[in-house]
Design a protein around this ligand. Structure first.
Ligand code: DGT
Ligand code: CA
Length: 575
């Protein structure tokens, strides 16, 4: 079995356990383990062979034993036993909006439904309306939700698609009179790279006008549910959006609750209980009968628990609550600290603007220095530069620097192709003429793991290469990452002082958060770059910063926060 298969088994077990009604911690433990395995930079078989499974965050001895059993026998007795109680296909029901574990269990127990097809049939035959807590209206709603699932699927949507939509809608609603606060909550606020749906929150005393405006927004295709303070809609692109309208005095706990993650919330609630409160979205209720505590801000909610404020991007229960308790939260990178962008393109290759125009746009976006890094010759599709043209470009960059004066600096760089055979597209003596050398993969991304990894390692060990761009080459939702031994790459980057990029384009976000976190542990320096091909793409930076925060990156480890002299000194030292 491979990482994906093991992760899939654990996710299914988590869902089966939830349907069976097991304790939430047990369910979350399997989910967390699945996520860690899915995201692991190494082959789980190798980790297992090295006896290091328990080094993976979220995997203790019990889960390690189960993984070993799967890897050696191809089976898991626990899964087989569970499957006799809860058919694994029953978990498909959870994909339908409005069906949770309890409902799935009920449908199985009462109607013998075991999968999505059977559910659709039962619903369309009118068999659901007689069930307890159902009725014709709920049945109709489920039929709609099933149709929705059949039409649009339930693929997660890239943050880059969801984010602008969420903010456009919120802006439209913010202007309604009586609205005092607005927020995007949920996974989008935590800047997860993909979202299942968008959660919007609005504070207003009178919900009705907001509800009305919401369901009539131009982005909305259909309304799947509407109550006095709550509505769900599907947008024309298939994305689902939930809106809640609430009074402002409970805003803090409401925003906290709906921002999640679920695991973070569960952990906070436990902490609250230990301190004598039950915590929910409406506030803190002391268990000894004292009056409820309302929190108008998230800061107050954390304060009530004796915690410092925890940024949304950290709320994944990946150690942030322990760190907050120890007053040891990482001082993660903030967007204002970024002063450079080290990866961008101009009309010399596939960019839309000249060197000077890109520099001016970067300056307008607050950057103090940049590297111009057009593609190399072999990337014909992007009009890569021959050596001759690369040298002509040096002259243009020199002139642009003269024009821009001492307050801004353009470095002359390249995004040199790591070719299919593992060599670089320019000879070393050409690379030596440049200020900043990025190496990157764009072609032959499906080679076997060893070959792929070796190509990047070759580049890392070339003393002229300063940075590896978008290391895995993935395009979220479109192209899977190349099969790479990321641990070996991170180790080599640490050893040679090679910078790894966190490409801020929301369709890449590559390195992803967990690799950023590992980079921080190993002391690898990262660069958050936009890879801009046009002026407006400098605005994508915040996606990179959000992802860096999710990886607990601090300013010292992000080279774009360094003054130019410090970066140049680092590059000179690089071996
Ligand atoms: P998504 O939509 O799958 O990308 O991820 P989220 O985190 O946006 O999840 P969603 O939309 O199901 O719920 C939004 C937030 O509401 C979630 O992050 C935490 C909170 N929440 C929802 N359901 C529960 C729950 O059963 N327990 C707790 N503690 N919190 C929940
Ligand atoms: Ca959500």
């Amino acid at each position: 079995m491979n990482n994906r298969e093991v992760a899939h088994t654990f996710v299914t077990i988590a869902d089966m356990l939830a349907i069976r009604g097991d304790n939430i911690h047990r369910v979350l433990a399997y989910r967390r383990a699945a996520e860690a395995i899915q995201d692991l930079g190494q082959d789980i078989n190798q980790v297992s062979a090295a006896g290091k499974l328990t080094d993976i965050p979220g995997i203790g001895q019990t889960l390690a034993d189960k993984i070993n059993e799967m890897l050696t026998t191809g089976h898991l007795a626990f899964y087989d036993k569970l499957a006799q109680e809860i058919p694994p296909s029953l978990v498909e029901l959870l994909r339908v909006d409005g069906i949770g574990p309890k409902r799935a269990r009920q449908l199985y127990d009462t109607l013998g439904v075991t999968n999505l097809d059977e559910l659709a049939q039962a619903a369309r035959a009118g068999k659901l309306r007689e069930l307890p807590k159902m009725g014709a209206k709920s049945e109709a709603k489920l039929i709609k939700a099933i149709a929705e699932l059949e039409k649009h699927g339930d693929e997660r949507t890239p943050l880059g698609t969801a984010w602008p939509l969420a903010h456009e809608m919120l802006t439209a609603l913010a202007s309604i009179s009586g609205v005092t606060k607005t927020a995007v909550a949920g996974s989008a606020r935590r800047m997860r790279e993909t979202v299942h749906d968008i959660d919007l929150l609005i504070a207003a005393d009178d919900a009705a006008p907001v509800m009305d405006a919401f369901v009539n927004l131009p982005q909305v295709e259909s309304v799947s549910g509407q109550g006095p303070t709550k509505a769900s809609v599907t947008l024309v692109n298939g994305l689902q959006v939930d809106l809640r309208v609430l009074p402002a005095d409970r805003w803090g706990t409401l925003l906290l609750y709906f921002t999640g993650s679920k695991a973070h919330n569960v952990h906070l609630r436990e902490l609250a209980l230990k301190q004598g409160f039950s915590l929910n979205e409406y506030g803190f209720t002391p268990t000894d009968g004292r009056a409820e505590i309302l929190c108008a801000t998230e800061e107050e909610a954390y304060q009530t628990l004796g915690l410092p404020y925890i940024l949304p991007t950290l709320r994944e229960d990946r150690g942030e609550i322990e760190a907050a308790l120890a007053n040891n939260l990482p001082d993660v990178i903030r967007i204002e600290q970024i002063i450079s962008d080290l990866h961008m393109h101009t009309t010399w290759s596939d960019g839309k603007l000249s060197v000077l125009d890109m520099a001016r746009a970067a300056q307008e976006h607050g950057r103090q220095y940049i590297a111009i890094t057009d593609h190399s010759a072999s990337l014909g599709i992007a009009h890569g530069l021959t050596v001759e043209r690369l040298r002509q470009q040096a002259e243009e960059i020199h002139q642009a620097n003269e024009r821009l004066g001492p307050d801004f600096r353009i470095l002359h760089g390249t995004e040199v192709e790591i070719k299919a055979d593992g060599t670089l597209d320019y000879p070393d003596e050409v690379l030596a003429e440049l200020d900043f050398v990025i190496a990157a993969l764009h072609v032959s991304l499906k080679q076997p793991r060893e070959q792929m990894t070796q190509r990047i390692l070759n580049a890392i060990h070339n003393p002229h290469v300063d940075m590896i761009a978008h290391p895995t080459g993935r395009l979220i939702g479109e192209r899977p990452p190349a099969d790479l031994d990321m641990e070996a790459i991170l180790q080599a980057a640490a050893q040679t002082g090679t910078i790894l990029e966190l490409n801020a384009n929301p369709h890449r976000l590559d390195l992803k958060d967990i690799y950023v976190r590992r980079a921080m542990e190993l002391g690898v320096k990262i660069a958050i770059n936009t890879d801009a091909h046009n002026a407006d793409q400098f605005d994508l930076l915040h996606f990179g910063v959000g992802t860096a925060q999710r990886g607990w990156a601090t300013a010292v480890n992000v080279v774009n926060t360094w003054p130019l002299a410090q970066l140049l000194a680092w590059l000179r030292e690089k071996s």
